[in-house]
Design a protein around this ligand. Sequence first.
Ligand code: CO
Length: 168
Amino acid sequence: MIFNIGRVPSEKASEKGRKMKIVLYGNPTLRKKSEQVELSHINDELKKTLEEMVTLMRKANGVGLAANQINIGKRFFVLEIEGTVKKVINPEIVETSEEMAEYEEGCLSIPGIYKKVVRPEKIKVKYLNENGEEKVEELEEMWSRAFQHEYDHLEGILFTDRISILNK
Ligand code: CO
């Protein structure tokens, strides 16, 4: 997810020479429901991938990046808001507020498109961090917004799917 127009890098080479690249709108990976991460796969390799995702997200001026946006069909994503990073594995949204909020969203996979999206204002979430520890948090404002946007990615949903017909 992004909130302002940023330059989107085409690729990043890791130490191994493997290239992590953001896939764009139209790529079928973005439409597939991602699979749960097995506990045995929460290891140093996944930590490294999450750290690379944070680097890529920063370069692209994003506040969130989901695994399927780099062509990995697993349920994890990274967020960074005002200097705080969250690395989120196997997330669940366990409660949503009745109050809704509208905010303009963008997506690193849909460059240049910014639209207002209505979502629950607050959410309660459960997930595993990069050490496999369970976290339960109540999120609001930007954290709630970005978490819901990235969670949608894992379900194969894009923010443009949530735009009311009047705003399209
Ligand atoms: Co996005």
